[in-house]
Design a protein around this ligand. Sequence first.
Ligand code: SF4
Length: 63
Amino acid sequence: MSRTPVIHEEDCIFCGACAEVCPGVFVLNESLGWAMVMHPEGASEEKIQEAIDICPVHCIDWE
Ligand code: SF4
């Protein structure tokens, strides 16, 4: 995979949508209060793009 998703955590509202779409990539960090990229290659680029598109505050980007 050539691209890696990154989360701008200061904008994350902890809604959980990204982790629902790609549970193998995004994890909700309960103690920090934002989502994190745990396994950048845990889903296809198409599936990760779906998570990027569904994020309500658009805080996930490709690096
Ligand atoms: S979809 Fe966006 S706002 Fe929701 S938990 Fe994931 S990164 Fe945060």
